[in-house]
Design a binder for this molecule. Structure first.
Ligand code: SF4
Ligand code: SF4
Ligand code: SF4
Length: 268
């Protein structure tokens, strides 16, 4: 029986989410330890450096800011901090609703939006339980953290992890990271967040206080959670030229060859 989350995913849901391999196929995870974080935002700056984003909008997610530290106040003005970025879900609702299959879950962990394939329909933005996808008004494409898939494919850690000056983030094989998270949670009398939320994924947190205090969302354990793409938006796409004819033709073709995806999008 398969134990790899991607294999399990394929067995249960067929082609609900496009999957692919970057390198060795071994799942990796990011660990964020809130008990060590000092809110310095070196990770936020590092993300901008690696992805060549401009220096604006440190405090809210945007197409040029793929990670924030919550709450959005200056260092020293809050006692606790939490990472806010893509959780790289194993059962990624964003990927399951994308009508043109522009979002891929890689076996090594990253969930990545293909900028060339995206038609800007915004379904993924509505579907993500953590609301971490934003739309670039200039390119018209959806945008979010990639887990530095380009670095992961070269067996390097994400740049934000590397930049943390106090070791509040770690990266490695999922099993090892899960062990470290458990050990640290026990040591500080805290708990793990991200292992069960929306079926789990490639980012786990060690938290000590309640989720409310960190401003972290309470998300159920359901895999492929019920999405919130407005029906009106989907109907608009069926009956108007929104998002372009080539995108519509591709969506139609994919709906015919992957009907389970259509069921999830319209009846979830
Ligand atoms: S956190 Fe949101 S954007 Fe990231 S993989 Fe999960 S559903 Fe997609
Ligand atoms: S905006 Fe639409 S086409 Fe682009 S990635 Fe999101 S769901 Fe797919
Ligand atoms: S993993 Fe990479 S893309 Fe994601 S927040 Fe960190 S530096 Fe940015």
């Amino acid at each position: 029986m398969a134990t790899n989350p991607i294999e399990i995913l394929k067995q249960r849901y067929g082609n609900l989410v496009p999957t692919a391999r970057l390198s060795d196929g071994k799942p990796r995870s990011i660990l964020f330890d809130a008990t060590k974080c000092i809110g310095c935002r070196h990770c936020v700056q590092a993300c901008k450096d690696w992805n060549e984003h401009d220096r604006t909008s440190l405090y809210e997610l945007s197409p040029t800011n793929w990670i924030t530290m919550e709450p959005p106040v200056l260092e020293g003005l809050s006692p606790i901090w939490a990472r806010n970025s893509c959780m790289h879900c194993d059962f990624a609702a964003c990927a399951a609703v994308c009508p043109v299959e522009a979002i891929t879950k890689y076996e090594e962990g990253p969930v990545v939006i293909n900028q060339q394939a995206c038609i800007g329909c915004e379904y993924c933005i509505h579907a993500c339980p953590w609301e971490v996808i934003t739309k670039n008004d200039i390119t018209g494409k959806a945008s979010k953290c990639t887990m530095c898939s380009d670095r992961v494919s070269e067996d390097k850690q994400p740049f934000c992890v590397q930049a943390c000056p106090v070791g509040a983030m770690d990266f490695g094989l999922t099993e090892e990271i899960a062990g470290k998270a458990r050990k640290q949670a026990e040591a500080v009398g805290g708990y793990i967040y991200g292992e069960r939320e929306a079926g789990g994924g490639g980012v786990v947190y060690v938290l000590k206080e309640s989720t409310e205090k960190y401003g972290v969302r309470n998300i159920g354990a359901a895999k492929f959670p019920k999405h919130r793409v407005p029906l009106g938006l989907m109907l608009k796409d069926l009956f108007t030229p929104r998002c372009g004819i080539p995108g519509k033709l591709r969506a139609l073709y994919l709906a015919i060859i992957h009907p389970k995806r259509l069921m999830y999008r319209y009846f979830s």
